[in-house]
Write a protein that binds this ligand. Structure first.
Ligand SMILES: C[S@@+](CC[C@H](N)C(=O)[O-])C[C@H]1O[C@@H](n2cnc3c(N)ncnc32)[C@H](O)[C@@H]1O
Length: 173
């Protein structure tokens, strides 16, 4: 029997305190109660998907999101040091496939997404398109992310598994 699908995905933000909280998209999501702030690394829900730009496996519709989705909001300068430390925890590390930033600071830059963009891309790929649009709607540039990535996002959301995601990605790189 098919597992029941939650109506919305639970979103968790672990904030490493390395960026300006006024500009941080993750902190803004927490203020709007769109994501729950996790204060300690050990409090990240076990079994949840951790969006890790260095992960070997790509996120795909085959992933189970029943335990939720976690973004680690840290400075890009520290990504290579921070993520490997979390490999000891029971989390599903997943990288997002090729997508470009839609925010005005890094517009058009591939792979390096803000926290809200990473959440929205994941939700879209996992079939939670309304929730993706809803979290982006709190940012005046948010709709741009979906507009510039609509085609790959649609294709990724129809992929069977991580291998198929990589095949689709190859069309765009
Ligand atoms: C490095 S932080 C920077 C956040 C930025 N300070 C902000 O205001 O949104 C962005 C986080 O989003 C997730 N993320 C971004 N791009 C990603 C990718 N290509 N694959 C997987 N996760 C990604 C990761 O959890 C990453 O640590």
């Amino acid at each position: 029997m098919e597992k029941s699908r939650p109506r919305e995905v639970r979103l968790y933000l672990y904030h490493a305190g390395q960026c300006d909280p006024k500009k941080c998209t993750g902190k803004k999501m927490v203020r709007f109660k769109l994501a729950r702030l996790v204060e300690k690394v050990n409090a990240i829900p076990r079994g949840s998907i951790l969006l890790d730009p260095m992960a070997e496996k790509a996120l795909s519709p085959a992933d189970s999101i029943t335990k939720g989705l976690t973004v680690l909001d840290c400075s890009w300068e520290h990504v290579e040091a921070v993520f490997p430390q979390l490999l000891v925890l029971d989390l599903q590390h997943r990288a997002l496939p090729y997508l470009v930033a839609g925010n005005p600071v890094n517009f058009g830059r591939p792979f390096k997404l803000t926290s809200v963009e990473a959440f929205a891309a994941s939700l879209y790929i996992l079939g939670y398109k309304e929730q993706a649009a809803s979290i982006l709607s709190k940012f005046n540039w948010g709709h741009t992310f979906l507009e510039v990535n609509r085609e790959p996002l649609e294709e990724y959301s129809m992929a069977k598994d991580s291998k198929e995601i990589l095949k689709v990605q190859a069309e765009y790189i």
